[in-house]
Every structure is written in structure tokens, then in C-alpha cells.
Ligand binder design. Structure first.
Ligand SMILES: [Zn+2]
Length: 402
């Protein structure tokens, strides 16, 4: 149970971090604009010469860009390297000029709270200006934050890039197969595929997992998914490869879809149930667990009020109940209904209003039909019960690496 809670917390945290990253990159963009607002009056046309561009991963201590760029109109006086791991977010570092060689250098080192796992992809450009006020930007280039200190297995398909270490190599093939199997479901449910190729970075060794976490006192969670990384990092065990590929990765990739196509509140049954809906291999029978709850007269109210939580002792309950809502919706309205619902919410329609629009039913009718489908009485309890226990085959469905 604790692992799920931690994973959820990390997901909330990652959403907050994403917001912060957007704010930071916004201010950087302003700073760059301000610099270019007042070009000197003696601006002359420049001929730009681009020599060698390099990228060096110093994982886990960051990375270094170097470039030979010169202008015929004057020395380089300003510049940044701007990179993004996935579309929509960017980071940058100022450029320094080595006075002896004229070589440009930009360095990134992870500070506290800036932990970056190995094998993130970077698309980057050099953006520089000369003393005469001319600006120049290189073509985008691609690099990876490589961990060359240990053996990694890299696999790539049209759906995903997978990196694994310390795990049996078939985990890569399983992950490619799972993503291929789910491709058309993602496409139909969201309206399109992700605007980038996601990556799954799968760790078998605890020591390798701990290494990239700068300033994290207890990196004891099972995984972390961040849209700004365009991917998910997960710890796995060799006994659980199919679950990792067909369960965890598909679930986490669904969170990437949520961020790319709509706006969902982190840490809610609606969001976690939605990601759970995309798992092809379940940790146990979620629907059966919720049906057991319904049979025991303990199915809580869903749409009015806070609904079931996804943290604390009953964390899994919120995931499972949320899953049954999405299953009910798609059983009745198809993946078209899923797409319509997330589209409306992405346009700013409130969740319950969007549900009413897509189903053509009142909220009470939706709740009733969902409850009856699960075998519960049609009337939701007015007080949300706190059941003394919840039926699970195991209270800790997923504890890799322990
Ligand atoms: Zn999740």
C-alpha cells in the first residue's frame, strides 16, 4: 500500500514540479526577449560560422555543451543553450566564452530537487548574439543523458524507447509489445498518439536507482513519471517483468497522455482510475474487488462530494473504484466517449458537467447506472462509509526491489 501512496505522491510532486518548470522557463523566455529588445544602432549583417558542436554526458553530474560559433560582425557577447526533454517544457543555461580558444561552453549540474535520471533525451539549440547586435540560433540537435558507467539495454519502436539495467533483457521486448498492443486504444481514447515518443527507464539495481537522486533523502518509491521528462522511471524485479511492462508502464504512459491532452487533478480517483484503465495486466481483479465492496453495501458515493481517496490506508480502493467508472463509461459509450469526456475537460468544462454532456444523463442517473452495473443498490450512501477492511489478495500489490 505504501508503495502506491508514494508513487501517487511523487506524481503529485511531479505535477507541481512541472508547473514550476513552466514558470521558470517562462521567465527565462522573458529574460531572453528583454536582451533582444534594444539592439545597437550600428547593426551590420553578419556571416555566421558554425564549427564543431559537442555534447558530453557527465552522468550523474550533469552534462556539458561546447560549440565553435563565430560571427563576421563581432565577438560573441551573449548566448544560451536551450533544451527540452519533451515538447512544452524547456531549460536553459547561459553560455561562457573561453577567452583563450573562443570556444563556447554551457554546463548543467543537477541541484537539489533537480534530479534527472539517466537516458533522458535532449533536443537543444544554441542561441547566441554578437557585439554588433546580431542573433543566431543553431538547428536543433539531439543527445541523450547517457549513463556509460554500467550496462544498459536500449530498445526502440515507433511507440516507446526503453532502457533497462539489472533486469532480464526480455523486459525490453515485453514493453515494446505492450505499447504496440495498446497503441490504437491510446489513439482512440485520446484522439491521437502522444506528440513525442515516450521513454521508460527501468532499473533492476537499487544502487543504480539511488545514484541519480540528488538531495533525495529516501528514494524509496517504486517509480516516477514526469511529463517534462517525457517518460517514466521505474524499479522492477526479475520476477515481475510482465507486470512491469503490461501494467506499470502502460499506466504511467497514460499519465503522460493525461498531461498532453487534458487537465486532470493529480491524486484523484478520476485520474488514477483513468491511468489504471490502460493497464493490460492487472495486479489482481480490480473490478472483482469493487464488486465485493458493492455486495457488502460499502460502495461509496462517487460523483458528488470528494469521492474515494487514493492515498492513505485505502489508497488502492480509490484506484479500483476509479477504474470501474472508466470501464463502465467505455463499455457504454466506447473509446469515443472517453475521448469526448477528456476533450471537454481539457476545454475547461467541469468534470461532472462533462460527464452529463457525454452520457446525456443527469449526474444522479450516471451514478445509479454505474452502481447497478456493479451490483450495488442504486442509491449512494449519503455518508461515505469507512469500511473496516477492504478485500485485497495482498495489501501490498507491488513492492519491487524489496
Ligand atoms: Zn498513477
Amino acid at each position: 500500500m505504501a508503495e502506491w501512496r508514494k508513487r501517487w505522491r511523487q506524481w503529485v510532486y511531479s505535477s507541481v514540479a512541472l508547473l514550476l518548470a513552466l514558470m521558470v522557463s517562462g521567465s527565462l523566455a522573458l529574460e531572453a526577449l528583454a536582451q533582444e529588445d534594444s539592439p545597437p544602432t550600428d547593426q551590420t549583417a553578419a556571416i555566421w560560422t558554425v564549427g564543431e558542436l559537442t555534447f558530453e554526458s557527465r552522468y550523474p553530474q550533469g552534462f556539458v555543451f561546447t560549440a565553435q560559433i563565430s560571427s563576421s560582425a563581432g565577438p560573441i557577447v551573449r548566448g544560451r543553450v536551450v533544451w527540452s526533454h519533451a515538447p512544452g517544457t524547456q531549460k536553459s543555461r547561459p553560455v561562457e566564452v573561453d577567452p583563450a580558444t573562443g570556444r563556447l561552453i554551457a554546463t548543467w549540474e543537477p541541484g537539489p530537487g533537480e534530479s534527472a535520471p539517466p537516458w533522458l533525451g535532449l533536443t537543444y539549440v544554441w542561441s547566441v548574439g554578437d557585439a554588433a547586435g546580431n542573433a543566431f540560433e543553431t538547428e536543433p540537435r539531439y543527445a541523450e543523458y547517457a549513463d556509460n558507467s554500467r550496462r544498459w539495454l536500449r530498445s526502440e519502436s515507433e511507440d516507446i524507447i526503453v532502457f533497462s539495467q539489472g533486469l532480464p533483457p526480455e523486459v525490453n521486448e515485453l514493453t515494446l509489445a505492450a505499447m504496440a498492443e495498446q497503441r490504437e486504444t491510446y489513439r482512440a481514447a485520446w484522439g491521437d498518439l502522444l506528440p513525442y515518443k515516450p521513454r521508460a527507464i527501468l532499473f533492476g539495481d537499487r544502487e543504480a536507482w539511488n545514484e541519480w537522486q540528488v538531495g533525495v533523502s529516501s528514494p524509496n518509491y517504486a517509480g516516477l513519471t514526469r511529463s517534462e521528462w517525457g517518460g517514466t522511471v521505474q524499479r522492477g524485479t526479475s520476477g515481475d517483468l510482465r507486470q512491469l511492462a503490461y501494467g506499470t508502464v502502460l499506466h504511467e504512459v497514460a499519465h503522460l497522455y493525461q498531461d498532453a491532452f487534458t487537465v486532470m487533478p493529480a491524486g484523484s480517483w478520476f485520474t488514477e482510475g483513468n491511468a489504471t484503465f490502460f493497464e493490460l495486466e492487472r495486479y489482481y481483479d480490480y473490478e472483482g474487488a469493487v464488486r465485493a465492496l458493492a455486495a457488502a453495501g460499502q460502495l461509496p458515493a462517487l460523483l458528488e462530494g470528494p469521492g474515494p481517496g487514493v492515498s492513505g490506508r485505502n489508497a488502492r480502493r480509490g484506484y479500483d473504484i476509479g477504474y470501474t467508472f472508466w470501464k463502465w463509461l467505455v463499455d457504454n459509450y466506447g473509446l469515443e466517449g472517453h475521448r469526448a469526456l477528456v476533450t471537454l475537460i481539457g476545454q475547461g468544462v467541469r468534470r461532472n458537467n462533462a460527464i452529463e454532456q457525454v452520457t446525456g444523463l443527469s449526474l444522479a442517473e450516471v451514478e445509479q447506472r454505474w452502481r447497478v452495473w456493479l451490483g450495488a443498490s442504486p442509491i449512494p450512501p449519503t455518508l461515505i462509509p469507512t469500511p473496516p477492511f477492504f478485500f485485497l489478495p495482498s495489501p501490498t500489490p507491488y513492492t519491487p526491489g524489496k
